[in-house]
Design a protein around this ligand. Structure first.
Ligand code: G3H
Ligand code: 13P
Ligand code: ZN
Length: 322
């Protein structure tokens, strides 16, 4: 069942985080739904501009609708990931999306606010919520590359002004993560102080709590990188992601949506590299595709446990009826 992102935020805020997983095709979607049913967790399906081009936006919609029929107990929202203004309007007008992200974080502060305000006004008129980004993560997203050293953490005072003036419903804040497989060096980790300050300053300004969204949340498991490289990959072994044990403490401080894409790509790469290493004469894509669906489902269920969303479906069903 598709629900609004706002409903999921309402249930999860301050208690656990909802996993927001990117999908691009049917195999990923099947693994995602199965993993969430196995772990009894609500979830957010994310569709990027790249995914909408790769599989065609109408095909992705059809895949999601079918998955929802195959797994009638699933409770999820559908979200546009890293949208520009035009794509946000397309998603708002489609009637299919629960929420959109307008990413104008690379524009100056006032311009970011003005763009987000326009999107929020149009989205709210249709009951759709809006995620907006303030601050700059490192790494690569869509066609934008932020060089190391140019990323900047979200300023908590600016965050309050941004939320008040832009009308956004959730804030994608830069709290030390970056997109992709190379996030941290040495003992670096999440900036819990920034999350805490944003929460406290929002409260001090008399605003209702605003869910914080953590982009770049993949944990980039060392074992996954090692298996990929043992099967012919050449990933930099220094690849490093978010410490899995930091998800839940961040959730308790208000990180309510945790975006994970890279880790799923690593599962896909490991499964296919190992499969064709071990069976170099094969050329049927279905056997590795089946293994991928199973492995991805396991991965998703494990993530939901770490986020604290596993086992919450029954409670959410009751809350949604109220
Ligand atoms: O933040 C970006 C997401 O990982 C989506 O990646 O734009 O390559 O689909 P994509
Ligand atoms: P990762 O690259 O860490 O998976 O982040 C994905 C993301 O933020 C999607 O918006
Ligand atoms: Zn992102």
């Amino acid at each position: 069942m598709i629900v609004t992102t706002a409903e999921l935020y309402r249930v999860a805020y301050g208690k656990f985080a909802i996993g927001a997983y990117n999908i691009n095709n049917a195999e990923q979607t099947m693994g995602l739904f199965r993993g969430c049913i196995d772990s009894q967790a609500p979830f957010i399906i994310q569709i990027s501009k790249g995914a909408r081009k790769y599989t065609e936006k109408r095909m992705l919609e059809a895949i999601i609708r079918s998955a929802s029929e195959i797994f009638p107990d699933a409770i999820f929202a559908v979200h546009l990931d890293h949208g520009d203004e035009e794509t946000c309007y397309d998603c708002i007008d489609s009637g299919f999306y629960s929420s959109v992200m307008i990413d104008a974080s690379h524009d100056p502060f006032d311009e970011n606010i003005a763009i987000t305000r326009r999107v929020a006004d149009r989205a709210h008129a249709k009951g759709i919520s809006v995620e907006a980004e303030l601050g700059m993560l490192g790494g690569v997203e869509e066609d934008i590359v932020v060089e190391e050293g140019n990323e900047c953490l979200t300023d908590p005072d600016e965050a309050v002004e941004f939320i008040q003036r832009s009308g956004c419903d959730a804030l994608a804040a830069a709290i030390g993560t970056s997109h992709g497989a190379y996030k941290f060096k040495g003992a670096q980790g999440l900036h819990f102080d920034v999350i805490e300050k944003i929460r406290d300053k929002v409260k001090a300004a008399g605003l209702p709590p605003v869910p914080i969204v953590m982009h770049g949340s993949s944990s980039v498991p060392k074992e996954e990188v090692a298996r990929i490289n043992a099967a012919g990959g050449t990933l930099d072994p220094s690849a490093c992601g978010v410490n899995e044990n930091e998800y839940l403490p961040a959730a308790k401080l208000g990180v309510t949506k945790v975006n994970i894409d890279t880790d799923g790509r690593l599962v896909w790469t490991r499964v296919h590299r190992e499969y064709f290493r071990d069976k170099p004469g094969d050329f049927d894509f279905r056997p590795p595709g089946k293994i991928f669906q199973d492995e991805y489902a396991k991965f998703i269920a494990g993530r939901n446990k770490l986020l604290g969303s596993a086992g919450t479906l029954a409670e959410i069903r009751v809350t949604l009826k109220k």
